[in-house]
Design a protein around this ligand. Structure first.
Ligand code: HT7
Ligand code: ZN
Length: 854
C-alpha cells in the first residue's frame, strides 16, 4: 500500500467544466453514465490522464463520441487523450447492495445513499477524485422510488426520474444522491438579504416527530453565521436526510447534508439532553461547512484541518453563544484532554497537517478536528477579535470558489495584521502536546513567573521547536481578590520570565503586600499541559475564588486528580479539601447548575492512567477504577444531605425542554442521583425511572442502578419499551457494557453480540457495544485476563472485510499499549499482531495497526 506525501502535490493537468451523471438505480446493478468535459490546464505540470475508480466495472468509454479502451487497474484507469478540450463518456456498473463499506453509493434500510468524502466518489464512477478538481454537476436519477434527491436545485422531474443542477462548482467529495421512500418535514428560513430558503429534513415514515429540534438548530445556525461571520446561504433549498447506516456523524454535501440518524433525530422521550446539545452542534457544524469547506475548499487532503479545525471552532463558538460559554469551554477541554492528548501522546501522534498517509480515512482524527480547532482559537486570541473577523472576511473574499491551503488561510491574517505568522504555523506541522512548566520566585516585593515550553518527541519527529503560545494569566491576592486581571502573554521563546511589582500593585490597591496566587492558562488559552506543583490549599483557594470560571473548575479537578493519582499509585491522599470544596460549590447560589455538575464529575479513569504514565509510573486500570469508586463512595457519604438537597432543588417541573438552563439542572440532579444511589440502595433512581417522562431522566436512573449492581427489572422494561427504536436500543447496549463490573465487561459485551438485535454491520450498533468497552470501561477493557483484548481483536478481524474504516478506527482501542505492565503489553501486542497477520487485511486497518505497533 503506497504512502502519499504532501510534498509530492501536483495539480491535475485538466480542468473539468461540466459533469453530467445519469444514475439508473438498482440495488444489485446500478448503471452510472458520465459525461465529463475536460480542458487542458496549461498552468499544471503534464502527466498521464488518470481517473480514479475502485469497485466500479467499466462497461464502455468514449472520447468525443469515439470508443476508447483505457487501461484499468483496481485503483483507476489511464487513457490516451487529445491535447485539447474533449468530452469523456463512460458507463459503469456498481452494486450498492454489496457496498457494506458505506463509501460511495450504498443501501441503508432500503434507501440509496452516498458518502463521498474523502475518496468515495471513485466508487461511483471513474473521475479525478481529488478536492482541487471543481466542477458543475448536473444529475439525472432514474428510479421508481418516490423521493430522488441530489445537490443543488431540482430542474426536472416526472414518473421514474428527477434531475438536479448544482450551479456551484464543487469537488466530487461533496457530491450526494439519496433515493428512497422518505417523508419531508419542512420549514423555511429567510436570509438577511430577504431570500427564502426551503428547508427539509427527510426521514423514514414514523420518524417525523423527531425532526423539530434539527430544524430549529438549522435555522439558528443560519442566523448565527449571518450575524457572527456575515455569511449567507446561497441556494434556494437546504435538505438534510437521516440514514441509519453511516460511518461518521454527518456529511456536508452542498445543499444535501446526509446525517447519521443518531445525530439529527431527537424527541424528549428518545434523546438525552447531551444528545440534543450534540445534534444542535453537528447540524451547525455541517451547515457552517457551507462556507468553511464547500465554497472555500481544500487543495488536497493534507489540508483537512483547514476545513475541519475551522468548522469545529465555529461550531464551538455557536454552542457557547447558544448555551453557556464557560461550560462549553470545559466540555471541549475535557474532550481534548481525554482523547486528543491521548492520541498526541501515543504511537498515532501526528501533526494537525499530516505529511503522509496511506489511507486518508485514518486521518479524520481528534488531532485534525479538535487540536485543529484549538489552533484556530489561538490564532483568534493572538490577533484579537477585530482582526479575526477582518481576516476571515479577507479569506472568504479571496478564495470563494477555490481549493486552498493552510498557507492561504494564514496569509489572510498575516496580510490583515501586517504580521508574520511563520512561527505560529509550527502548530500545524509539529505533533505532540506541549508542556508548559512554571516556576515561581517571590522576594517579598517582586513576583516572578518563569515559563518554559517543551514538546516531547513523537513518531518521526524527535526534535521540536518553540511554539507561539498564548498564555492567559491572572494573579490573586490571598484575600481572594484579583490583583492582576487576565493578561494574554504571547510566549514565543523556549523560556519567558514575567515580572510583577506586587509591592507596588498591592499598595495602589490598598492591600497588604503578599505573595500572589497565580491563575495560569485561563480559559484553557492553549492546548498544552501545565506543569506546576501547587500545594493542595492553593487549589482549594482557587476553587473558591478564581474569577476565571474555567480555572475555578480546573482547581477542583486538580484536587480530585491529585487524590486519585496518589491512591491509584498505592499512596495515601487526604481528600478533605476536595470534599469541602465540592460542598462550597454546591452551596454557592450564584453558580450555574451545569457548572456545578461539571465540578462534581471526577476525572475519567483514562485521564488518571494518562497522568500516571506522564509521571513515569505504570498505571494499573484495576487500581484506578477502585480509587474512583472509593472516592465516589466517600463523597456520597460525606455530603449525603447536601446532595439530597441539591437533587431535590434541581428537579425541573413542567414539560421537557432541551434548553441549557433546564439541561443544566437535570445534569446536576443526575450527578447527585449517581452518588446518592450509593447511599439509598437505588431508591431514588428506581423512583426516577418509574416517573420519568424523558430520556435524560430515564437513562440516568437506569445508569445509576446498573452502577450499583441493580436495575435488572428496569433494563428488561427498557428493552420491552424500546425494542423497535434502534437509536434508543443503541443506548441500551452501551449502558450495559459501560456499567459492567470490570471482570464482567468482556463477558457482557460478548453476550450482547449474541443478542438478536446485534446487527454488527450497522456502525451505530457495532459501536454501541465496542466503543464503551474500549473507552467507557477501561478497567474492563484492561482486565488482566486479556479477555476484552481478545474479543475486540476477534470482532475487528470480522468487521474489517465488511467495513474497513470502522474496523481501523476500532483498533485505536489498543493505542495505549505502551503505558501498561508487561503482562498487559504482551496481550495487547499479541491481539494487534493477530489482526495484522489476518490475510487480506484492509489498507485502513493495516496502516493503523502497523502505526500502533510502531
Ligand atoms: N466532513 C465530514 C467527514 C465525514 C467522513 C469522513 C470519512 C468517512 C466518512 C465520513 N463521513 C463524514 C463530516 C464532518 O466533519 O463534517
Ligand atoms: Zn466537518
Amino acid at each position: 500500500h503506497e504512502k502519499i506525501f504532501l510534498s509530492d502535490y501536483k495539480a491535475f493537468p485538466w480542468k473539468v467544466d461540466r459533469v453530467d451523471l445519469t444514475f439508473k438505480l438498482s440495488p444489485k446493478a446500478t448503471r452510472v453514465l458520465s459525461r465529463i468535459a475536460f480542458r487542458p490546464d496549461p498552468a499544471a505540470p503534464a502527466a498521464p490522464f488518470f481517473l480514479h475508480g475502485e469497485s466500479v466495472r467499466l462497461i464502455s468509454a468514449a472520447i468525443d463520441g469515439e470508443p476508447v479502451s483505457p487501461d484499468v487497474t483496481d485503483r483507476g484507469l489511464t487513457c490516451d487523450v487529445p491535447d485539447r478540450p474533449f468530452l469523456w463518456e463512460a458507463e459503469v456498473e456498481i452494486s450498492p447492495e454489496e457496498n457494506t463499506a458505506l463509501e460511495g453509493l450504498y443501501m441503508s434500510n432500503g434507501i440509496f445513499s452516498t458518502q463521498c468524502e474523502a475518496e468515495g466518489f471513485r466508487r461511483i464512477t471513474f473521475y479525478p477524485d481529488r478536492p482541487d478538481v471543481l466542477a458543475r454537476f448536473r444529475v439525472r436519477i432514474e428510479s421508481d422510488l418516490p423521493v430522488l434527491l441530489s445537490n443543488g436545485n431540482p430542474v426536472a422531474s416526472g414518473k421514474g426520474f428527477a434531475e438536479w443542477d448544482d450551479p456551484w462548482p464543487k469537488p466530487a467529495y461533496l457530491f450526494a444522491l439519496v433515493a428512497g421512500d422518505l417523508q419531508p418535514v419542512r420549514d423555511t428560513f429567510t436570509t438577511r438579504s430577504g431570500r427564502e430558503v426551503d428547508l427539509a429534513i427527510w426521514v423514514r415514515k414514523g420518524d417525523e416527530h423527531k425532526c423539530a429540534w434539527g430544524l430549529e438548530s438549522l435555522k439558528a445556525s443560519m442566523k448565527w453565521d449571518e450575524e457572527t461571520y456575515g455569511r449567507e446561504y446561497q441556494l434556494d433549498i437546504f435538505n438534510i436526510v437521516a440514514v441509519s447506516d453511516f460511518n461518521a456523524g454527518a456529511m456536508e454535501n452542498t445543499g444535501l447534508n446526509i446525517f447519521n440518524s443518531a445525530l439529527v433525530l431527537a424527541s424528549p422521550e428518545t434523546a438525552t439532553d447531551a444528545e440534543f446539545e450534540r445534534i444542535e452542534g453537528v447540524i451547525a457544524h455541517e451547515y457552517f461547512h457551507n462556507w468553511t469547506g464547500n465554497r472555500v475548499t481544500c487543495r488536497d487532503w493534507f489540508q483537512l484541518s483547514l476545513k475541519e479545525g475551522l468548522t469545529v471552532y465555529r461550531d464551538q463558538q455557536f454552542t457557547s453563544d447558544m448555551r453557556s460559554a464557560p461550560v462549553k469551554r470545559i466540555e471541549d477541554a475535557l474532550l481534548l484532554r481525554a482523547r486528543q492528548f491521548r492520541e498526541d501522546g501515543g504511537p498515532l501522534a501526528h501533526p494537525v497537517r499530516p505529511e503522509s498517509f496511506v489511507e486518508i480515512n485514518n486521518f479524520y482524527t481528534l488531532t485534525v478536528y479538535e487540536k485543529g480547532a484549538e489552533v484556530v482559537g489561538m490564532l483568534k486570541r493572538l490577533v484579537g477579535d477585530n482582526a479575526w473577523r477582518a481576516g476571515c472576511d479577507l479569506y472568504f473574499e479571496r478564495h470563494d470558489g477555490e481549493a486552498v491551503t493552510i498557507e492561504d488561510w494564514l496569509a489572510a491574517f498575516a496580510d490583515t495584521m501586517g504580521r508574520d505568522l511563520e512561527q505560529f504555523k509550527r502548530w500545524y506541522s509539529q505533533a505532540g502536546t506541549p508542556r508548559l512548566s512554571v516556576k515561581e520566585d517571590w522576594d517579598g516585593q517582586t513576583y516572578k513567573l518563569t515559563l518554559t515550553q517543551s514538546t516531547p518527541p513523537t513518531p518521526g519527529q524527535s526534535d521540536k521547536l518553540p511554539l507561539v503560545i498564548p498564555v492567559a494569566i491572572g494573579l490573586l491576592h490571598p484575600d481572594g481578590a484579583e490583583i492582576v486581571g487576565t493578561t494574554m502573554v504571547e510566549m514565543s521563546q523556549e523560556t519567558e520570565v514575567l515580572t510583577y511589582d506586587i509591592a507596588d500593585l498591592c499598595k495602589r490597591q490598598g492591600k497588604d503586600v503578599a505573595r500572589p496566587v497565580p491563575s495560569l492558562l485561563r480559559g484553557f488559552s492553549a492546548p498544552v499541559i501545565v506543569e506546576f506543583e501547587r500545594p493542595t490549599e492553593e487549589n482549594a483557594f482557587l476553587l473558591a475564588h478564581d474569577t476565571d470560571p474555567f480555572n475555578r473548575w480546573e482547581a477542583g479537578r486538580n484536587l480530585s486528580r491529585e487524590v486519585l493519582l496518589k491512591r491509584a499509585a498505592g499512596e495515601e491522599a487526604d481528600d478533605a479539601h476536595l470534599v469541602k470544596g465540592i460542598s462550597s460549590v454546591l452551596r454557592d447560589t450564584h453558580l450555574d447548575p451545569a457548572f456545578k455538575a461539571l465540578v462534581l464529575g471526577l476525572p475519567s479513569e483514562d485521564d488518571i492512567a494518562q497522568g500516571l504514565h506522564a509521571a513515569g509510573k505504570t498505571p494499573d486500570p484495576t487500581a484506578i477504577h477502585a480509587a474512583g469508586e472509593a472516592l465516589r463512595d466517600r463523597i456520597a457519604e460525606e455530603l449525603e444531605p447536601l446532595l439530597a438537597k441539591t437533587f431535590d432543588e434541581n428537579q425541573v417541573p413542567g414539560p421537557y425542554s432541551p434548553d441549557a438552563a433546564a439541561a443544566g439542572k437535570r445534569s446536576l440532579a443526575n450527578r447527585c442521583l449517581g452518588l446518592l444511589s450509593r447511599r439509598d440502595d437505588g431508591a431514588r433512581a428506581a423512583a426516577q425511572y418509574d416517573s420519568a417522562d424523558n430520556m435524560t431522566l430515564s437513562l440516568a436512573a437506569l445508569s445509576a442502578l446498573l452502577n450499583i449492581g441493580k436495575g435488572d427489572a428496569q433494563l428488561a422494561d427498557f428493552e420491552t419499551k424500546w425494542r423497535d427504536d434502534p437509536l434508543v436500543m443503541d443506548k441500551w447496549f452501551s449502558l450495559q457494557v459501560a456499567s459492567a463490573a470490570p471482570e464482567d465487561a468482556a463477558t457482557t459485551a460478548d453476550r450482547l453480540t449474541g443478542h438478536p438485535a446485534f446487527n454488527w454491520k450497522n456502525p451505530n450498533r457495532f459501536r454501541s457495544v465496542f466503543s464503551p468497552l474500549a473507552n467507557a470501561n477501561p478497567a474492563g477493557f484492561h482486565d488482566p485476563s486479556g479477555k476484552a483484548y481478545e474479543l475486540m481483536a476477534d470482532w475487528l478481524i470480522r468487521l474489517d472485510p465488511v467495513n474497513p474504516s470502522i474496523a481501523a478506527r476500532g483498533s485505536t482501542a489498543f493505542d495505549t499499549w505502551e503505558r501498561y505492565d508487561t503482562g498487559r503489553q504482551e496481550k495487547m501486542r499479541a491481539a494487534l499482531q493477530r489482526i495484522l497477520d489476518t490475510p487480506n487485511l484492509s489498507r485502513d486497518t493495516r496502516e493503523m495497526v502497523s502505526r500502533i505497533l510502531g
